[in-house]
Design a protein around this ligand. Structure first.
Ligand code: HMG
Ligand code: MG
Length: 302
């Protein structure tokens, strides 16, 4: 299949990335991170989550972050919400897009949100309905598409079932997440084909973690399957607090390097993102996991 001329990057570093950082990151740093990412041309920057602070203390200051960012008209700033309480907190700070999330596997659902997959759908249906009624866009995540840290193998049929349920709730886009980064290219092709049996490909995004170094390869396989929306995180920040051993999301810099090398337009300034990746890695006192980012910064210094 011909590759798309354009691709959309959904930057999830400030949420999926920072939710897993051991260091406490002050809201001022989160705000600067979000604003710099938007200035670099990222069309979507997931800026925080309204989840229980007992579960994910790193996101406890998301209201402060949303109140502090300089919102640009060309950028969307979704917030992750797990329930009605989260939606209310998001609405209170003027969030215009939310992301709801379910797991393709039972084990991860229980560990991440303390309920079964079926219960999560029941809990989220009224959340999505209320958001949509108020003009809020709703994005839907399905996690553990390629494997679960608790249940092991995850059948494609389970991914398809949860995807259809989220689309049925009115999600405008689905993000299919290999939360623990175990999947390889052919597996991703199978998942894309499975979900695309009932969901148009332009409503499917792929969300890769780089635990086994497969992120960029999986992006390419998905592009070849007709997907053109990818979640990634600057400097490869992150992991998942309830997915032991999962490393960060595939790095935004690495995905941009691939896309631009293929002549695919993103509207994002790779050099600027590399700079941000270097800055946030220093602020967090962690290695910069973006290979392209490190190379660009090293070349600049030399
Ligand atoms: P629970 O303990 O069953 O919830 O957790 P509860 O309703 O019994 O409430 C417990 C306490 O939390 C109460 O406080 C609630 O008020 C409070 P208390 O009375 O004990 O003082 N609470 C909240 N506080 C703030 N905001 C809220 C909220 N809801 C309840 N929205 C719950 C259930 C869903 C709340 C919890 O399990 C939770 O917050 N889980 C979120 C975990 C999370 O954020 N995980 C990471 C994101 S998912 C992910 O990373 C995957 C993804 O990135 C895709 C991929 O990578 O593949 C999306
Ligand atoms: Mg993730």
């Amino acid at each position: 299949m011909a590759l798309p001329a354009k691709a959309k990057i959904v930057e999830v570093g400030p949420r999926d990335g920072l939710q897993n950082e051991a260091a406490v990151v002050p809201a001022t740093v989160k705000i600067e991170l979000v604003d710099r990412l938007s200035a670099a041309g990222l069309p979507v920057v997931e800026a925080g989550s309204f989840v229980s602070p007992k579960w994910v203390p790193q996101m406890a200051d998301s209201a402060e972050v949303f109140a502090g960012i300089s919102r640009q008209a060309r950028t969307s700033y979704p917030a992750l919400v797990p329930n009605m309480k989260g939606l209310e907190a998001a609405l209170a700070v003027g969030v215009e897009e939310i992301a709801v999330f379910v797991s393709a596997s039972e084990g991860f659902s229980q560990k991440n949100i303390a309920c079964s997959r079926a219960e999560s759908l029941e809990r989220l249906a009224p959340v999505a309905a209320r958001a949509i009624a108020q003009g809020i866009k709703v994005r839907g995540y399905v996690s553990c598409i390629a494997g679960c840290p608790y249940d092991g193998n995850v059948p494609v049929a389970a991914v398809v079932e949860m995807s259809n349920a989220l689309i049925g709730m009115g999600c405008y886009e689905l993000s299919l997440g290999d939360t623990i980064g175990v999947g390889t290219a052919d597996q991703m092709r199978g998942i894309v084909r499975g979900v695309a049996g009932s969901v148009p490909k332009d409503r499917i995004a792929m969300h890769f973690h780089d635990t086994y170094g497969q992120g960029v390869a999986n992006v390419l396989a998905s592009l070849e399957e007709g997907i053109s929306v990818f979640d990634s995180s600057v400097a490869g920040l992150g992991g998942c607090p309830y997915a032991v051993g999962a490393s960060g999301n595939v790095a935004t810099e690495d995905v941009l390097y691939l896309l631009h090398g293929l002549g695919i337009e993103t509207g994002v300034d790779l050099d600027a993102v590399a700079e941000i990746g270097g800055w946030i890695s220093e602020r967090l006192n962690r290695p910069n996991a973006a290979r392209a980012g490190r190379a660009i910064l090293a070349k600049r210094e030399a």
